[in-house]
Design a protein around this ligand. Sequence first.
Ligand code: NAP
Length: 363
Amino acid sequence: MSPGKRILNSGFPIPQLGFGTWQSAPGEVGTAVYEALKAGYRHLDLALMYVPGFLSPGLAGSSSKFSPSGSITNLHAIISYRNQKEIANGIQKAYKDIPGLKREDLFITSKLWNSQHHPEDVAAALDICLEQIGTEYLDLYLVHWPVAFQRGDLLLPVASSSSSDRGDVLIDDSISMVDTWKAMTELPKQKVRSVGVANHNVHQLENIIKGSGVTPSVNQIERHPHLRSDDLIDYCAEHGIHVTAYSPLGNNVIGDPLVINHPVVKEVAESASKRLGQTVTGANVVIAWAQVGGHSVIPKSVKPSRILDNFKEIVLTEEEIQAVDAIGKDRKRYNIPFCYYKPRWDVNIFDEAVEKIATSRAF
Ligand SMILES: NC(=O)c1ccc[n+]([C@@H]2O[C@H](COP(=O)([O-])OP(=O)(O)OC[C@H]3O[C@@H](n4cnc5c(N)ncnc54)[C@H](OP(=O)(O)O)[C@@H]3O)[C@@H](O)[C@H]2O)c1
């Protein structure tokens, strides 16, 4: 089934169902993207910094260096570099094997990393992405986080001393989010069709819109039944900002079961299976739920059978939607860099209770 499309405030269409690539390991991610394109996905979610094991002690703790000229000096950068390069190979293979498939059929998103926020670095950062992905343009380029790291070619600049045993990245509060956003809006249109943000709350969105006069096309946010984010969703709807849900299956690093295994999701999957006369999985249920209201959703898998299963679109009844909605009473946000990333980001991004003690505020 061909996924639905929505029109962004830039006038360009975005497929609702997309494919995620975070934490897909080198050696897996190119094949996964190839399998996704074969399955019918046309919307790919990439980033300069989708490092597998970003949170793992084995990889974290050291600084990472990447320079536009291609000199790469440590593990984070090597993996990050390979991720988009490997995806590029997967896409090229798909062009060869899928009859008629061409660049214009794809919707490719990538992201500006935190150490690239200085307005003078934004255009060069886009060029790095284009070179890695092997494309002349992106469909969507997002500010990955409302947090600027120390400017330079270190992807994770680490402070020499820290009160945390995870260490701390060097955050640069002097780079204004408005200035970074203005630089994004000034990128050449032939290189990027739409620009947007990720991980922004209402306050951060208001700030950049007021400061620049330009509304982002997209806000990509953590969203799943445990994190409905109704207020943010309403704000985005009022301002014509398209929402893309990340970690829609409930991916987390704290050992919680994926939300696709929640008893209510399983019950809905069973009743929908009976109603539709076909097997409906928990993943099908939450992917359908995420799209209610016209949002996009970008589930990730590296397993061909799951990649295929996640692409099977179903329509939920109002009753089923309400049942999944109710899971939101047990609210959980999983992607909090202050709590879970190594090195730690000593910054309050979402104003969650657990972040309030952070030294910096991203709003
Ligand atoms: N903007 C941001 O800051 C940001 C942050 C996080 C994520 N994202 C984007 O959003 C995408 C999705 O989020 P996510 O990767 O965090 O998590 P997710 O899509 O919620 O879940 C991925 C996990 O679910 C498993 N899985 C996938 N399909 C399954 C199925 N049908 N049945 C059982 N398990 C299944 C995957 O394992 P297998 O791979 O082994 O199948 C993986 O462990 C990312 O890949 C990335 O593109 C963006």
